[in-house]
Design a protein. Structure first.
Lengths: 423, 222
């Protein structure tokens, strides 16, 4: 019995400590007008530095993904930021000229120019005032608004717990305002992802946990029952214009990535709760926004751990990556009230991020979750794997071995195009 | 060959002709109830930049002349733009606001509209005058609408940079419909009396009702 409890505790800890990632070509902010709807040329990979591997620093890696290129499937270069801060997510500015990226272990935001030469991003600015201006730590989601960037943090500098908020910057990197996550009316104050539906003037946020948990060694955490309680169980609807919370939803089990359907006729969003392995739908019911459980991912008893989702451009399908079993699943979302799994494939020993091209025929998958929680030994594969999807089968296209290339742990991805070059 | 050349020339001329009559039919109603004016905060996003512009008579002016003392709604356009979610949308919204603001005595002397070209090569003062039509001379509504351009791309560049307004030529873009088409993200800027940008609208958030609410909010809470 003790062994069973220990195993369960470990699995739960894996679940709770997941730091997943979000966004790809179908999951960008609706304010980004320059979506790549043809063949992408590059995949930018925000990569965690590993001590003793290369320079050991976090870096933005550029990979050539154009099938007709002589360097198809090869690393074109990388830009190191000179420190190791648990690189995690990134996001485009509204004009898609810059990528903002950051780490969960520090309050810094790195700004890369990808417009001057899309094949060779340059680090052009480091924004270091988030902690001083807001008290927030661990910038996570970077969501473009017109002329601005809304940054969702995961933690705070006061106690490094999960109570946090959003920081608003202008696109030049100058701080504008802070918006704390609600701690009243059922709110737990935690944050994770954010996503906007401008047609309805609604912003949705989800919730995870703070620095003291996501950076803490697993062995310590599972022995600390109080710490194990400190994970998010809520989503929040905000009046986007007013930036005020309007409703807190009870969504147990750390709801993570949020995806609004891109179908113009739809006004619903979907998310996956990591702890419970459930899909949740957020939509209006007789004019009132509601969140309800609509599906199950794998066998929750086996803790498959959904860590990233990617919605198709028509809102009819959803890819789900589960870390523990290294499985990529496809759900038919024709009826978002009842998602139905129609395909699955093991795509790695550990997998995290999944990004798809606009037409859905190309998928990219990376391996790393968090530096301290990636698997060990031979299971610690670090890669970007590309696949072709014909609607029936995922077929391998190429792979970049991030360990062999001495780059680090491959995490978040964004697509690039040479056609987006601008002065 | 001559016919082809003539056809090509005619096509190019036609493609680059200013759009004189944008659609000004009313936009669909909002699909949500926006917050009431004065119940929310419009933060200072950034200072509006200054630089030299040309009025419809070709006279050089400072842009700050058109971004101070009144609440200003400023949008970049180019007159050959035909993307319905681009410049024509801004034109429709500006036209609707001209009437909505003009109908409110408490607002009409506090607001101006500014349309600034980011295509100085084609949008000469004469082209802008043709584009403006009667909009600048219909004083009855009481809301000034200024149509401006610049002397050159060099004069325009610091304004684009200052506002964070990107624009690219179609070269290399497979989806550009003609050589006169410029690629840009539509942005409209709401500027307070002191010259600070307080809101930026893209096509997905640009609607006369929300802009009017924001103007009223700035009047209530400068």
């Amino acid at each position: 019995v003790q062994r069973s409890i220990a195993v369960a505790a470990c699995l739960l800890a894996w679940v709770l400590l997941v730091g997943t990632a979000a966004a790809d070509e179908t999951c960008n902010s609706p304010y980004i007008a320059k979506l790549i709807k043809g063949q992408e040329d590059y995949v930018y990979v925000w990569t965690l530095g590993v001590e003793g591997v290369g320079d050991g620093s976090d870096k933005l890696v550029t990979i050539d993904v154009h099938p007709k290129s002589k360097t198809y499937g090869k690393v074109l270069g990388s830009v190191s930021v000179g420190t190791r801060g648990e690189a995690h997510h990134m996001g485009f500015t509204d004009d898609r000229r810059f990528i903002w990226a950051g780490g969960l272990a520090e309050p810094k935001i790195y700004v890369f120019d990808i417009a001057t030469d899309p094949a060779r991003p340059r680090l052009v600015k480091t924004i270091g005032d988030m902690a001083d201006k807001t008290g927030y730590l661990g910038p996570h989601t970077y969501y473009a608004l017109p002329g601005r960037m809304l940054v969702q943090a995961l933690s705070n500098t006061r106690d490094k717990g999960g109570v946090t908020g959003m920081a608003l910057y202008n696109s030049k990197g100058e701080f504008i305002a802070a918006y704390p996550m609600p701690t009243e009316g059922g709110g737990d104050g935690y944050g994770y992802d954010l996503a906007v539906n401008p047609k309805k003037n609604i912003l949705l946020t989800s919730s995870f946990t703070g620095y003291t948990n996501y950076m803490r060694p697993l062995g310590e955490l599972v022995k600390d029952p109080e710490a194990m309680k400190k994970f998010g169980n809520t989503m929040v609807a905000w009046d986007l214009k007013a930036m005020k919370p309007t409703k807190v939803f009870s969504v147990p089990g750390a709801p993570l990535e949020i995806r609004w359907s891109l179908n113009p006729a739809d006004n619903w969003a979907i998310t996956a709760a990591a702890l419970t392995s459930k899909l949740w739908l957020v939509k209006q019911d007789q004019g009132v926004w509601q969140a309800k459980e609509v599906g199950t991912i794998g066998d929750p008893a086996k803790i498959p751990l959904p860590v990233d989702i990617s919605i198709t451009r028509d809102g009819k399908g959803l890819w789900v990556n589960t870390f523990m079993d290294g499985t990529t699943r496809y759900f038919d979302l024709s009826n978002p009230e009842a998602p139905r799994q129609t395909y699955e494939k093991v795509t790695g020993k550990q997998i995290n991020m999944i990004s798809q091209s606009w037409d859905g025929t190309r998928l990219y998958i990376t391996s790393s979750l968090l530096a301290n929680w990636d698997k060990g030994g031979a299971d610690n594969e670090q890669f970007l794997r590309a696949f072709a999807w014909d609607g029936k089968e995922l077929k391998p296209a190429f792979e970049v071995d991030f360990a062999k290339e001495r780059l680090g742990r491959a995490h978040h991805m964004k697509l690039g195009s040479r056609a987006l070059k601008s002065p | 060959v001559r016919l082809r050349a003539a056809a090509l020339a005619a096509w190019l001329i036609g493609a680059a002709a200013p759009v004189l009559a944008h659609d000004v039919t009313p936009l669909p109603a909002l699909d949500y109830e926006p917050p009431a004016p004065g119940t929310y905060t419009l933060h200072r996003i950034m200072a509006a930049p200054d630089g030299e512009v040309l009025d419809l008579d070709g006279r050089p002016q400072r842009l700050r002349t058109f971004t101070r003392e009144r609440i200003t709604l400023l949008g970049f356009v180019y007159t050959t733009c035909v993307d319905p979610d681009g410049c024509p949308l801004a034109y429709r919204v500006f036209d609707a606001l001209r009437h909505a603001v003009g109908d409110r005595p408490g607002l009409r002397d506090k607001v101006r509209l500014v349309t600034l070209s980011f295509d100085p090569e084609r949008d000469t003062p004469a082209a802008m005058r043709a584009y403006a039509g009667t909009r600048t001379t219909e004083r009855g509504l009481g809301v000034p609408w200024h149509f401006l351009t610049t002397r050159s791309s060099r004069a325009l560049a610091p304004l684009l940079e200052g506002f964070g307004q990107d624009v690219r030529s179609p070269r290399g873009l497979s989806n550009a419909r003609s050589r006169s088409e410029l690629s840009h993200v539509l942005k409209v800027f709401l500027i307070d009396r002191d010259g600070f940008v307080r809101e930026v609208y893209s096509s997905t958030f640009l609607h006369p009702r929300t802009v009017l609410n924001d103007i009223e909010t700035l009047v209530m809470n400068p």
